[in-house]
Design a protein around this ligand. Structure first.
Ligand code: KG4
Ligand code: ZN
Length: 355
């Protein structure tokens, strides 16, 4: 049995977890900075790194204590080294190096996107005795987060071909921007999902960019279409965002816009994922990243894709360190360790990229 301590500080969550054999979660602690960044409507990078410095040691101590372990039980330490915010990544990587040096543990740098994908290997019903079967490549994985949107063909462990990516905004970024326009607050994904539940997804016909061509995505036109639509209505977004608003304009149909927007994003994600799964004859489809916790997306991939579909529970879709420990485990068993020269790589692409 290999016990890996995972650390994650690439954006605005300070997280640590202990996972055995890449699958069983023994402890998982996440200190979220959402409240801190809410007043800015998004992540404020300088404040994020300062908060990581304050939180990282207490979060690691809490993780060891919840797992009922001390350092001597650990086999390796895995840490997100990129992509992400440089100042945030630096905190995790330097703490990981310090621990690895002091405790004589192997140090393993993990790619954040690969970690999101490996959240699908975690046994989220920990403690029930038996493990569900792990995903078996070839797989199609849709990685949809606040910073990334990628449709990936995983042919083997560590071997990925990127079939398509976003040409502009990431899916989660589109949710966050539209939520801000609608005055729904931050983070936008859960707020849009909640508002959409009271709305009609067919109320407005919003664009589905490059729906039938290739595997790339584009969400910035959708955001502009929402902005144009809003100009016919009044409140709650600022007048500056809707300069042409007529004084006698009717009230903004927030729920209908949220539902129509969510339907447009999910439509594109589902259509392309389904097409890729059929073209590459994979065994399974995986969803990963914060947007993978979206209820409509989860429900539509399950009903419309004729293959086994997996996605982690919402807490393991958004940033966490259990997924980092899981991805680190597969590098650990192949002896793929890093040296003291391990550095942060804010723009790190997926490893083993063939496409
Ligand atoms: O994976 P993640 O925690 O961080 C990044 O690596 O970016 O993803 C955060 C993103 C945010 O944009 C958030 O609005 C979105 O995931 N998100 C959702 C939902 N929950 C979180 N988007 C749509 N529906 C949700 N339920
Ligand atoms: Zn992430």
């Amino acid at each position: 049995m290999a016990l890996i301590l995972g650390l994650e500080t690439s954006c605005d969550e300070t997280a640590a977890a202990i996972v055995s054999d890449g699958r069983r979660i023994l402890a998982n602690v996440v200190a979220s900075q959402v409240e801190l960044h809410r007043q800015y409507g998004g992540v404020f990078p300088e404040m994020a790194s300062r908060q990581h410095v304050l939180d990282i040691v207490p979060v690691i101590r809490e993780t060891l204590s919840r797992a009922g372990m001390d350092w001597s039980a650990l086999d390796a330490i895995a840490v997100t080294s990129g992509p992400g915010l440089v100042g945030s990544l630096l905190v995790g990587v330097n703490v990981a190096k310090g621990i690895a040096w002091a405790k004589g543990l192997p140090l393993i740098g993990v790619n954040h996107l690969e970690a999101h994908l490996y959240a699908n290997w975690l046994d989220c019903a920990a403690g029930n005795g038996s493990l569900a079967a792990a995903p078996v490549p070839p797989l199609i994985c849709l990685i949809v987060s606040g910073g990334h949107t990628a449709l990936v063909l995983m042919t083997d462990y560590g071997q990925y071909a990127i079939l398509g990516q976003t040409l502009d905004d990431a899916a989660g970024e589109a949710f966050d921007k539209v939520a801000r326009l609608l005055g729904l607050g931050y983070p936008g994904g859960p707020a849009i999902q909640a508002a959409a539940e009271q709305g009609d997804p067919e109320a407005f016909d919003l664009p589905r960019a490059i729906l039938h061509e290739g595997y790339d995505f584009s969400f910035s036109g959708l955001k502009t279409a929402v902005l144009r639509l809003m100009q016919q209505y009044k409140g709650p977004a600022s007048a500056e965002q809707r300069p042409e608003q007529a004084p006698e304009a009717p009230a903004l149909p927030v729920a209908d816009i949220a539902a129509s927007f969510q339907a447009a994003v999910v439509d594109v994600l589902v259509v392309k994922t389904k097409r890729a799964a059929e073209q590459f004859r994979v065994r399974e489809v995986l969803l990963a990243g914060g947007v993978a916790s979206n209820r409509l997306l989860r429900q539509r991939v399950r009903t419309e894709i004729d293959l086994p579909v997996r996605f982690p529970p919402p807490v393991y879709c958004t940033d966490n360190a259990a997924m980092v420990a899981a991805a680190g485990h597969f590098k650990y068993i192949s002896g793929d360790y890093d040296g003291w020269e391990l550095d942060v790589q804010p723009r790190l692409p997926l490893p083993g990229q063939v496409g």
